[in-house]
Design a protein around this ligand. Structure first.
Ligand code: ATP
Ligand code: LTN
Length: 344
């Protein structure tokens, strides 16, 4: 089969809120671009979302919504497997096995853990938040993924995944492919519109923080026109934290248009921040309108989406279970036999 000769990709997004243009530019846009180059697996990582409190009905609805957004963004289920993480139990089993190989020190060092734990009362921080990267490593290693397209914030998690793969390979013999992070050149770290010093995040509650993929055009306009800028005038890419707001708008514009920095700076030479914002509104609306139309059609025809997820989980299980069988054997778990009495 042609698929076996292609390297694999795996990536996922948590159904922990409304997907933002940060998720689109850091993850989805790259996934769509890579689906012809790799044998791709894209999952909705619902078990990761459980690491912070979730409402059950909302979690269920968001899981389907995120899957529909993958397809609406351009993931083609005839080329890529789209599935829900919890539908493939091998993920949790490998996660446990890897947990037993993970030094606590590696987990306490993770900046995402430190950031998310700091937002909660110390006694209510779940152990799942600490072991989050181990489950992510299991997601990736089960598929022998060579590349993992993610935003910049996931670099550290990819490093721990490689460290775990290396540790396992060293202890039990070559088993896992060491994955590389695939981080986009532009748009790998989109910042909050209301505060350009923090990463745009779907679980941030404030109204003007993020453009969501399903926001109607007037809302998109309002959010971008209110985006924080500075008191200067020059429209240039910059690493100066004082100018982070304008830099963020330029980055969004660049990642969506594919134009070069020079061309963009020339385009806005002598113009004001209002002109830049209007141009950003236009390209965001032009990108999201067709995506939203495809999304609405998928949600209306719910059965199609569920069938794609069922097929995706079946294909994912084949690959994941094969890896898990090797792992079980290597670490010395006794094979489970079918009782003779139940054989027909
Ligand atoms: P949460 O706020 O619930 O932790 P999140 O918005 O950070 O979520 P994730 O589900 O953790 O989103 O991430 C999904 C993918 O989107 C990852 O590849 C991540 O790197 C990418 N991503 C998330 N936020 C951004 C951003 N602001 N800029 C670029 N990429 C991003
Ligand atoms: N931790 C990731 C989500 C995630 C993921 C994965 C990404 C879970 N499992 C496997 C790539 C590959 C995040 O973006 N916060």
């Amino acid at each position: 089969m042609a698929e076996q000769t292609r390297k694999r990709v795996l990536s996922g997004v948590q159904p922990s809120g409304n997907l933002t243009i940060g998720n689109y530019l850091g993850a989805l846009q790259q996934w769509v671009a890579e689906q012809d180059n790799y044998d791709c697996f894209f999952c909705v990582v619902d078990l990761h979302a459980l690491t912070v409190p979730q409402d059950p009905a909302t979690l269920r609805a968001k899981t389907r919504e995120v899957a529909a957004l993958y397809l609406a963004a351009g993931i083609d289920p005839s080329r890529a497997s789209v599935f829900v993480q919890s539908h493939v139990p091998a993920h949790t089993e490998l996660a446990w096995i890897l947990t037993c190989l993970t030094p606590l020190g590696w987990l306490y060092r993770m900046t995402q853990f430190k950031d998310k734990a700091a937002k909660q009362k110390q006694e209510s921080v779940g152990a799942g938040l600490l072991s989050y990267p181990v489950l992510m490593a299991a997601d990736i290693l089960l598929y022998q993924a060579a590349a993992v397209p993610v935003g910049d914030d996931q670099r550290q998690h990819l490093e721990i995944t490689r460290d775990l793969a290396q540790r396992f390979n060293h202890l039990y013999g070559e088993t896992f492919v060491l994955p590389e992070a695939l981080i986009p050149k532009e748009g790998a770290r989109i910042m909050g519109l209301d505060n350009p010093l923090v990463k745009m995040s779907k679980s941030e509650a404030s109204e003007y923080h993020a453009v969501y993929l399903l926001d109607p055009p007037d809302k998109i306009r309002k959010k971008i026109m209110r985006a924080q800028t500075d008191s200067g005038r020059e429209i240039r890419f910059s690493t100066d934290p004082q100018r982070a707001g304008v830099n963020n708008l330029l980055t969004i514009y660049q990642a969506l248009t594919g134009a070069s920095r020079e061309a963009i700076e020339a385009q806005f030479d002598g113009k004001g921040y209002g002109d830049l914002k209007k141009a950003v509104v236009e390209v965001v609306v032009d990108t999201l309108t067709p995506l939203q139309e495809r999304y609405q059609a998928l949600i209306r025809e719910g059965g199609y989406l569920d069938e794609i997820l069922a097929q995706g989980a079946a294909r994912a299980s084949e690959v994941a279970n094969a890896t898990l069988a090797t792992v079980r054997e290597r670490i010395g778990l006794l094979p489970a036999l079918t009782p003779v009495s139940s054989k027909s």
